[in-house]
Design a protein around this ligand. Structure first.
Ligand SMILES: [Zn+2]
Ligand SMILES: [Zn+2]
Length: 153
């Protein structure tokens, strides 16, 4: 019996399978590929970024997969005002709730959308009968790198 089959990275791979199937989505090879691609990204990505990064996967598969992931709280979407929705893998707690959502920052100079995981979204009091499911909290301005460049004494 050989023991050298796919030993490297095997643990994190099975973690990903577990994470996806736990959410109620069947972890097909292509879904796993998209999930893993998104997980390696340090900032939210658009479907075009995914398409560019995964040339073997066609556009309709990507949009169907994103829809399934969104439906099952595996990822969340961010409308950063760029006209293109960005997506990001929900990190942290398994039980995804609006409470673990964080503020995103859109830099008008470099165009990046940056996660600010340490900056949580402030609680908003809604009138009785309103149930919130999603909060989009995007602050725009200059990021830490661009604000330094913009200060010309
Ligand atoms: Zn910037
Ligand atoms: Zn984020």
């Amino acid at each position: 019996m050989k023991e050298n089959k796919d030993c490297f990275n095997n643990d994190s791979k099975s973690d990903d399978v577990a994470r996806i199937s736990k959410s109620g989505v069947r972890p097909t090879a292509v879904r796993l590929l998209i999930y893993r691609f998104m997980k390696t990204m340090t900032s939210p990505v658009s479907s075009i970024d995914i398409e560019a990064g995964l040339e073997t996967v066609d556009r309709s598969t990507i949009s169907r997969t994103l829809a399934a992931f969104l439906d099952h709280d595996i990822i969340h979407s961010i409308d950063d005002g760029s006209g293109l929705l960005k997506y990001e893998v929900c990190r942290g707690a398994d039980d995804h709730s609006i409470h673990d959502m964080h503020v995103h920052f859109r830099c008008k100079s470099c165009g990046r959308t940056i996660c600010l995981p340490a900056t949580s979204i402030p609680q908003v009091i809604l009138p009785p009968g309103f149930i919130s499911e999603n909060i989009n909290y995007v602050i725009s301005g200059l990021c830490d790198l661009c604000s330094v460049k913009n200060v010309n004494p």
